[in-house]
Structures are given as structure tokens and as C-alpha cells.
Design a protein. Structure first.
Ligand code: MG
Length: 426
């Protein structure tokens, strides 16, 4: 659709648009839903974040943690958790980041959980953060280590209770999870990127795509001069009006350039504009979100619950994107989602690639009430897993969420046996 065919944007700012919406009616093609009317105060969100999200009422005996080991097989890390009465779980922490973060895992995080009851997990997340001076290391490297333990203990409890992960988060709401695929390219010519997107869509059967604009932390420089301006109309032209299109700027722009690019995206009816400004520049991000009528998404590097609360209360973004590893795990991401729900916002978790990231996002989507329309799917990895209840593959744009205990998959035992523990003294 050409810009001239688009209905005029009803105001120069999102706030103006919202005010106009209250006065009566929405313009077709401009995001318009009841959630626009919702808002939440910082105090309300604090109360929501304090509410427990983890339901362990059906785990009828202590799940006492006897050991938490970090193993490695090839380049892949595994976490093996055992209880005092012999139950065991093996899970996959963040593959790439654990390469540098593992001393924190071994020295500061995992030992602190030994002897505790995994049923207290939600409270323990705060305690391990507070313990000693762990909070002074606040950041991705700390929180991916906490997430590694958290997901392992969730799996452990799932195995002990023989209940799927969703039961710990209020129950399954859906099993068919629509996904989008994303291109990881930058710097290639617009025509070759359009061809690449066509291939991605043909292979997966998706009805939604994401690609990259800008130059990644580039202070507004494009990866190729004019690439983003060429792609924005060209991709819409190539896929037509019925496709949902997203872009990710990966922190490329200042507010002014973010607004300029965002106006183009609006004109071609893009579904969201991800991380327009540097990820920790909440103020510029909010400026872009305030000026655009289309949703701005962000937060994949965010690990602070206070900043999440501020962003949600002040509508710094329209769609929250907690990463399930970077932010400290499923429980903290669920709290972000609940705060977002209180403010009428959707959540589209960021997917850490590698490992079982594709499965974790699908699981999270299965129980989250305010989940977005499509989850990211970066493809299956080569890890040897079997699953009795799902192919785990993207079929016609949908991934079926497994229903077995815990995460619902089993890592190949002979492969796990090849893994060697990483020594705490390394
Ligand atoms: Mg992103």
C-alpha cells in the first residue's frame, strides 16, 4: 500500500490520537483498541508486581535442592539440578552469555540455593539478588545466571509434580502459538533482503515477519545509506496488506530520527517498531512512542523491575519485550507481563537465540493473558530433544506448545552423559 492510500494519521501525537479516540471513533488502519484507554499508576503497578505469580499449591512435598551443577558438552552449557530425594532435572541456560557469566553462576548464584525448598522459588529470587552484594552486579550477567537456576528449578518441580510449566503460572490458555520469523541481516542490499524475507516466509508458512532497520547502536547511521527507507515500502509491497510486518532498529536512532522512520512505518502499516532508540535511553524511546500512533516495542535488555514499572506507568513503550533469560527468568517476566496487563499493554517476549529459546517463548505465550499476536521464532536448534506432544516446529506459522511435565521435552540421555561438570574453582 502506498502512503497516499493510507488514511491520514489523526493527530500529530499518540496522546492527541488517544484524546481524539475518546471523542469518538478511530481512523481505519491506525492502531485502535480498548487497551489504549487503560493506564496504571506507579503505585498500582508496585502492588501488581508484589503479587505472587508462581502457583506451587499442587506440589505437595518439599523439593529440597541437593545440588546444582553446571555442565558443558561441546559449546553447550547444561544445568543439572537434583533434590535430596533423588529427583533430577537438566535444562539449558543461555548458551552464548553463559560462556562469560559462568563464574557468577558457580560462585554467587547456584551455591546459595543449596538446601532450600524450590517451592519458595519466587521469594528466593529476591533473596539471591539481595544476598551478599549480588545486587551490585545487577545486569544481564547476573540475571541470566539467576534465570538458569530458576528455569532448572521450574523443570525440577514440573517433573516432581508431573505438571506442565503453565500450571505454575495459572494454567494453559492456548497451545497453538502463532509466530513470526525474523531476519538477522543488516548491511545487505534492499533487494536481496526482500528475497531473503520471501524465503523465510516460504519455508515457515508464517503470516508475520520482522527485519532490521538502522545500523544497531549506530547513532542514527544506516547500515547502508538509504537501506531502511528503501525497505520499508518494498517489503510491504512484496508481502501485501495481509501480512503483519515488524521492524527492529536495535537501538539505532536518536528520538528525532526514530520519529522520522516511525512515520514511514506508520504510513505502510507496520505492526510495531522495536527498540528505536538506545535501549537504556528510556526518555528518547518514550518521545518516539509519544509522537507515533503505531506501537513502539522494547525492553529486551531491561532487567530492572523499577524501570519496567516506570516504562509501563508512563507508556515509555506500547509493547513490553522482556527477555526470559536477560531479565532473570520466567517469574520476573510474568510480573512484567502482569504489570503490562494492568496498563492494557501487550507482551511479546524477546527470544534469546540458541539453546531452547524457541521453546521457552512458546511456553510463556501459553499462559500469558496479554500476549501479543505473534511470538518470535528463530528456528529449532541442533540440541537433541524429544517431545511427545509437539513437533516443536513452525508449521503453517504456528508452533504447538508441548503439554508434558515441565518444559515438555527430554534431552537425549546419552548426549547429557557426555557433559562434564565445570569446576567451581575455574
Ligand atoms: Mg530486538
Amino acid at each position: 500500500m502506498k502512503p497516499a492510500d493510507r488514511p491520514p494519521v489523526s493527530s500529530g501525537s499518540r496522546r492527541g490520537f488517544l484524546a481524539a479516540s475518546v471523542m469518538g471513533g478511530f481512523s481505519a488502519g491506525v492502531r485502535a483498541d480498548a487497551s489504549d484507554m487503560a493506564a496504571a499508576t506507579m503505585d498500582e503497578l508496585a502492588r501488581v508486581a508484589d503479587q505472587p505469580v508462581l502457583d506451587v499449591s499442587f506440589v505437595d512435598r518439599p523439593v529440597r535442592i541437593a545440588s546444582i551443577e553446571l555442565l558443558r558438552v561441546g559449546r553447550i552449557f547444561l544445568v543439572r539440578t537434583r533434590t535430596t530425594d533423588g529427583a533430577e532435572a537438566v535444562t539449558v541456560p543461555h548458551p552464548a552469555r553463559m560462556t562469560v557469566a559462568y563464574p557468577i553462576f558457580l560462585n554467587l548464584v547456584a551455591p546459595w540455593f543449596i538446601g532450600r525448598d524450590a517451592r519458595d522459588l519466587e521469594r528466593l529470587l529476591w533473596e539471591v539478588y539481595r544476598h551478599s552484594s549480588n545486587y551490585k552486579l545487577q545486569g544481564l550477567t547476573l540475571w541470566i545466571c539467576v534465570a538458569a537456576v530458576e528455569m532448572s528449578l521450574l523443570e525440577l518441580m514440573g517433573q516432581v509434580a508431573q505438571r506442565p510449566l503453565a500450571d505454575f503460572f495459572g494454567g494453559t490458555l492456548r497451545r497453538e502459538i502463532p509466530v513470526y520469523v525474523a531476519s538477522g541481516n543488516r548491511g545487505n542490499a534492499p533487494e536481496s533482503e526482500v528475497d531473503h524475507l520471501r524465503r523465510l516466509a516460504a519455508e515457515s508458512g508464517v503470516r508475520a515477519l520482522k527485519y532490521r532497520v538502522g545500523g544497531r547502536m549506530s547513532r542514527s547511521a544506516d547500515s547502508l545509506p538509504g537501506r531502511s527507507e528503501a525497505l520499508i515500502p518494498a517489503v510491504r509491497e512484496a508481502f501485501g496488506d495481509r501480512f503483519t510486518l515488524y521492524v527492529d532498529a536495535n537501538s539505532s536512532y536518536d528520538a528525532r530520527e526514530g520519529i522520522r522512520i516511525g512515520r514511514m512505518l506508520e504510513a505502510y502499516d507496520y505492526g510495531f517498531f522495536e527498540e528505536p532508540c538506545e535501549f537504556d535511553d528510556l526518555w528518547s524511546t518514550k518521545q518516539v512512542a509519544d509522537r507515533l500512533c503505531m506501537p513502539v516495542a522494547g525492553g529486551e535488555q531491561e532487567f530492572s523491575m523499577h524501570r519496567w514499572r516506570w516504562m509501563i506507568a508512563n507508556r515509555g513503550v506500547d509493547i513490553v519485550q522482556p527477555d526470559l533469560h536477560y531479565g532473570g527468568g520466567m517469574i520476573r517476566a510474568a510480573k512484567v507481563a502482569r504489570m503490562a496487563a494492568t496498563a492494557g499493554l501487550q507482551v511479546v517476549p524477546h527470544m534469546s537465540g540458541g539453546g531452547l529459546g524457541y521453546l521457552e517463548v512458546v511456553q510463556f505465550a501459553s499462559w500469558t493473558s496479554n500476549i501479543g499476536d505473534f511470538m518470535e521464532f528463530k528456528g529449532n536448534t541442533a540440541l537433541p530433544v524429544t517431545c511427545l506432544t509437539s513437533s516443536l516446529k513452525c508449521e503453517q506459522g504456528v508452533v504447538h506448545c508441548p503439554s508434558g511435565p515441565g518444559f515438555g521435552v527430554t534431552l537425549d540421555e546419552s548426549w547429557v552423559r557426555q557433559a562434564r561438570p565445570i569446576d567451581q574453582d575455574r
